[in-house]
Write a protein that binds this ligand. Structure first.
Ligand SMILES: Cc1ncc(COP(=O)(O)O)c(C=O)c1O
Length: 295
């Protein structure tokens, strides 16, 4: 088994065990943000980012990745101000499933290094990359705080276990703050993770790739406008009519639980499907989506 440092191709100055990636995000923003600081977040984003930034007195500033969910460095750089403290990146992404290319990650690294700000890289879905091996942001920037965990890769969500690796100047503060807040990740879960790391999860990834194909091909055949996700277990199509909430309300009336895009975005034009489900359930969901697009 290779270590993370081997996979990323460099050593890390410091590391810590966190209470999931959520715990890592809380500590990172707590360590980093002073009143009025800005944090660049992707739009669409994982729900916690903007609320945590605000909780600690900061302001989330969104870089728009629509319609293809790609990173455009020039647009991100134009948003940098003297108050910018960090750029948040997540690949593979929740809710879009987008996987960023080496060029995109290098662009983020270039901006972070040039402006001497951190990149907070949420890589919780690193084992769910379907078309190419996972690329870590940490391979491209020494300013990267890499967050990962066991909730998705090993279905240990309730065990609250994650890790953070990166520059000592942020991790020293996070370690201090953890001592006065979470104290530590559950010790039994830390022991379990040592065994979990020996488990080969590649068969599971292959199974999920097929589910991705089932969901993506099914949506395309029905006529939905949708990007092909390269990872995670979500897909983020455009709503064919109405707002995201109107469309989702109709789906729920038909016993299909999907999530309005505006939960993850400043826009209300898309909806999120999780295909972490039995194939039969995915097919039933597609049947409902067929009736909805015909309305
Ligand atoms: C992108 C992303 N980051 C972080 C988390 C939270 O992870 P954890 O269970 O490790 O706190 C999730 C959970 O859904 C997620 O999708």
């Amino acid at each position: 088994m290779s270590t993370l440092a081997e996979e990323v191709g460099r050593t890390f100055e410091s590391s810590m065990i966190t209470c999931g990636v959520s715990g890592g995000l809380v500590l990172a923003f707590m360590a980093l943000i002073e009143e009025g600081d800005e944090v660049l977040c992707p739009d669409p984003y994982f729900v916690m980012y903007k609320h945590l930034v605000r909780l600690f007195g900061g302001e989330p500033v969104f870089y728009d990745t629509y319609p293809d969910f790609l990173i455009r460095g020039d647009e991100i750089e134009a948003l940098i101000t003297p108050r910018t403290k960090a750029i948040v990146v997540s690949s593979p992404s929740n809710p879009t499933g987008a996987v960023h290319s080496e060029d995109e990650l290098r662009e983020i690294a270039r901006i972070a290094d040039k402006h001497n700000i951190f990149v907070i890289s949420d890589e919780i879905y690193s084992l769910f990359s379907y078309d190419a091996p996972h690329l870590s942001m940490a391979s491209y920037s020494e300013n990267c705080l890499l967050l990962g965990g066991f909730s998705k890769s090993h279905s240990l969500t309730g065990w609250r276990l994650g890790y953070a690796l990166g520059p000592a100047k942020i991790l020293d503060e996070m370690i201090k703050l953890q001592q006065f807040t979470f104290v530590c990740a559950p010790s039994f879960a830390q022991s379990a993770a040592l065994s979990a790391m020996d488990v080969d999860t590649s068969a599971r990834r292959d199974e999920y790739r097929l589910k991705r194909d089932l969901a993506y091909n099914g949506l395309r055949e029905l006529g939905y406008t949708v990007e092909k996700p390269g990872g995670a277990f979500y897909i983020f199509p455009q709503v064919p009519w109405g707002t995201d909430e109107e469309f989702v309300a109709e789906a729920i009336k038909n016993k299909l639980l999907i999530i309005p895009g505006s939960v993850f975005s400043e826009k209300n034009t898309h909806f999120r499907i999780s295909y972490a489900a039995e194939d039969e359930t995915i097919k039933q969901g597609l049947d409902v989506l067929k009736t909805l697009i015909e309305k």
